[in-house]
Design a protein around this ligand. Structure first.
Ligand SMILES: [Zn+2]
Length: 272
């Protein structure tokens, strides 16, 4: 599943090719995504110019002046550049074709992605309005995390993955950040001190930044927007490493399930 670093990598890859460019036409081949692609979207996009490509959480925002095209990659989506001669394949549900002949193409086999249109401020869209602070900005820090955690009895890992608490921290990076901060993922959130919340917030930032620097991770069918595969998965400290020795202490990395998602952790390095 594309996580925040992959979405940010996609944004950085696409932005130079689409910003200030005029959309010639949009092609919708399948309207049945997680929410239906709005009727009339093709008409709104034809002739529009993309002022900027932003990201909020895991949403990509194509600022078209009067309105914003909102794209979410869901479970299996991928958005990348092709030239006009590239024929669409089975799961290529949406194209944004530019005057310069390049096409931004959405491929989404599982169709959990989103292609939406919002007039006015995109951050007021119901899906975006309730999202918590961006993890890589000063709006998210140990104090903010502690205020949210203190009210919650749920395991800290689940609180960290709650998009109302912080935007876009998915399963992989929650696992990695908890290891870096030395916190057992099962610890009730309300028991975590301010000092440890400082460490955890810093670990979240560090983990995401490292992954963005590495060009996102390649998982299943994700490929970077320029077609190159990212390679951060080689640097995971615990995620996907159950049964292997901890890189810090040598103990065996354990795996359990929390809310149907894999949690990998080290019993020696991560404490309640
Ligand atoms: Zn360890």
């Amino acid at each position: 599943m594309p996580e925040l670093p992959e979405v940010e990598t996609t944004r950085r890859g696409l932005a130079p090719a689409v910003e200030r460019q005029r959309i010639r036409r949009a092609v919708v081949r399948h309207r049945g995504l997680r929410l239906p692609v709005p009727r009339g979207l093709e008409r709104r996009l034809a002739g529009a110019r993309v002022a900027a490509l932003w990201r909020r959480g895991k949403y990509l925002l194509f600022d078209c002046g009067d309105g914003t095209l909102i794209v979410h990659l869901g479970m299996s989506g991928r958005l990348w550049l092709v030239d006009k001669a590239t024929p669409p394949e089975k799961h290529d549900h949406f194209d944004l074709e530019f005057d310069n002949g390049r096409i931004v193409r959405l491929r989404d086999p599982r169709r959990f992605g989103l292609v939406l249109w919002q007039i006015g401020d995109p951050l007021q869209h119901p899906l975006l309005a309730a999202i918590g602070p961006e993890p890589l900005t000063p709006a998210f820090d140990g104090a903010v995390l502690h205020r949210a955690a203190r009210k919650r009895r749920a395991a800290i890992k689940l609180v960290l993955m709650d998009s109302h608490v912080v935007a876009g921290v998915g399963n992989i990076y929650a696992n990695e950040a908890l290891f870096r901060a030395g916190i057992d993922p099962r610890t009730p959130a309300q028991r975590i001190s301010r000092t440890r919340c400082d460490a955890l917030a810093a670990a979240v930032k560090q983990t995401l930044q490292l992954a963005i620097n590495a060009g996102g991770s390649t998982l299943r069918d994700y490929v970077g927007s320029d077609g190159r595969a990212g390679y951060f998965q080689d640097q995971f400290l615990v995620y996907g490493r159950a049964g292997a020795p901890c890189m810090r202490c040598g103990a065996i990395i354990r795996e359990l399930r929390q809310a149907q998602r894999a949690t990998c952790y080290c019993r020696q390095c991560q404490r309640r």
